[in-house]
Design a protein around this ligand. Sequence first.
Ligand code: FES
Length: 233
Amino acid sequence: MIIRIKRQADSSSESYCQEFVYDGEKHVTVVNVIEWLNIRLSSAGLAEIAYDNSCQHGLCGACAMVVCSRPVLACRTFIDELGTDTVEIRPLGKFPVISDLLVDRSELHEAMKRAELWTEKTTGTSVSATCNNSALCLMCGLCLEACPNYAPGDIFKGMPEAMASLNLIPKTCRGEHRDAMEKNYRKQVFAGCTKSMACEKVCPMNLPLVTMMSDANRLSVWKIWKLIGGDRL
Ligand code: FES
């Protein structure tokens, strides 16, 4: 099997493709393959492939990358299920590359700050399951890779911001801060989304993003105070 990886020494270097022959186990994940290659690169005194991974169980979102043109979590993508003898791996294309497959997604966290997504005074009431499920978003960025509306550096931050808004807005007491959160949602999410919903097809948590986004819109755009049977929140 051929593994073709887009590499880049650092953010200011030219990118290039490097091919490797992989003859290890077949039912392994892309993360396993990268580690296999890194052991060999390291023992040959060559630069290892930079990439991010943490949980290796599809729970943290660190290993988001593009494999065979599809935005995926590398730790949950098995190479024998890709249906090809040439596996192409590249970094997420909408975030600045730090090195090889490692990208800088800090702008997602900056967007959450800009949207004032935190609670100052909580309502103390329970919210709907949809709101709570929004906390399952990994903020991995795969949805933005698939999104036709998102370009690098856009103020629009799509589903990561929509999910954080859906989680936090109903938990926040009405007042100036909640008004600001709702206004930011309208400006940074609602105004930028053209509802292609390509995000739902690649979400590694299989979140029902179409339904969840309509709930988020209902909260911040349509001003219906009852969200799925709750009292005015
Ligand atoms: S390493 Fe955590 S999701 Fe892949």
